[in-house]
Design a protein around this ligand. Structure first.
Ligand code: NDP
Length: 293
């Protein structure tokens, strides 16, 4: 069994991005600039945003955090988005989700200029990705594909079972894997799927993105399968300094010995996600400065 070390691969990619930024700067260009809007004080969102800003700093990007109060109206938030759309100094930006209940996330995503939508959530980017055109691809699915690629795991002709059908993980990763060139045969499962165990047992590659620790047990995994565990759940742990530890969807200790490859949680898909956001920001910079789109 080989651990898919997302931290290691992600550091490799960050080094590559860093050297691109150095070349841009030595050619007299500016560093790519990412803006992150966060609304309210959700602790998990605050942590994600802090990590994104730190990653930008690490590769030499400029980063701007726009922290808005929980009470902001939808219209006010849309005005901020409009100003970022028109700010030539911002190459890409994201609005950290989830948003407070009184704000319509769909409206917010649709308001972002798709050329600056480095999260890849705008319908134009989703449509272009589905058609196999160049687009921003959501960071987690693209991180999964990159991890498979860098470990030389061939997906062509393999049966991939994706557990979870969210717009940010399940659907886009399934779409990417079935594209021409990737050529996987994909089965998508969700909460209404009958006999998840039988489907998973038939899989060469299982990608689980549910958020239920212990969902994927050893008797659901065939010998030699690849398991990509996207799930991240905080489980109370009074012995840990933080008061919790992170768990994936797979019952790791029992599942890992059966696998050819498996991602740990934490340290698997998680680090790749932020790194792919950096890659998208670099792509946005090139698109905007070379008028590619
Ligand atoms: P969502 O809650 O949006 O989606 C969960 C999916 O799981 C849904 O499609 C749901 O089905 C399905 N599901 C729920 N119960 C079952 C079940 N018993 N059997 C099969 N499918 C089930 O979650 P996200 O996609 O946003 O995130 C999933 C997990 O991945 C979370 O733990 C999240 O924290 C983590 N995550 C990790 C990231 C990383 O960087 N590593 C990035 C993004 C997410 P239905 O559609 O029918 O409700």
């Amino acid at each position: 069994m080989t651990l898919l070390d997302g931290k290691y691969v992600s550091n490799q990619i960050r080094d590559e991005i860093k050297s691109c930024v150095s070349s841009l700067l030595s050619a007299g260009g500016k560093a790519p600039h990412l803006a992150v809007i966060i609304v309210g004080h959700d602790p998990a969102s605050e942590t994600y945003v802090a990590n994104k800003l730190k990653a930008c700093e690490q590769v030499g990007f400029r980063a701007t955090k726009i922290a808005l109060p929980e009470t902001i109206t939808e219209q006010q938030l849309l005005s901020y988005i409009d100003s970022l759309n028109h700010d030539d100094d911002i190459d890409g930006f994201i609005v950290q989700l989830p948003l407070p209940g009184h704000i319509d996330e769909t409206k917010v995503i649709e308001a972002i200029d798709f050329r600056k939508d480095v999260d890849g959530f705008h319908p134009i980017n989703v449509g272009r990705m589905t058609l196999g055109f160049s687009s921003f691809v959501p960071a987690t699915p693209s991180g999964i594909v990159e991890l498979l690629r860098r470990y030389g795991i061939v997906v062509a002709g393999k049966h991939c079972v994706v557990v979870g059908r969210s717009n940010i993980v399940g659907k886009p990763v399934a779409t990417l894997l079935m594209q021409k060139g990737m050529d996987a045969t994909v089965t998508i499962c969700h909460s209404q799927t009958r006999d998840l165990k039988a489907l998973c047992l038939a899989a060469d590659i299982i990608i689980t993105a549910v958020g239920q620790p212990g969902l994927l047990t050893a008797d659901m995994v065939k010998d030699g399968a690849v398991v990509i565990d996207v799930g991240i759940t905080r489980v109370d742990d009074p012995l840990s300094p933080k008061g919790y530890h992170l768990r994936g969807d797979a019952d790791f200790d029992a599942v890992a010995p059966k696998c050819s490859f498996i991602t740990p949680v934490p340290g698997g898909v998680g680090p790749m996600t932020i790194t792919m956001l950096l890659k998208n920001t670099l792509q946005a910079y090139h698109n905007l400065h070379n008028n590619n789109q």
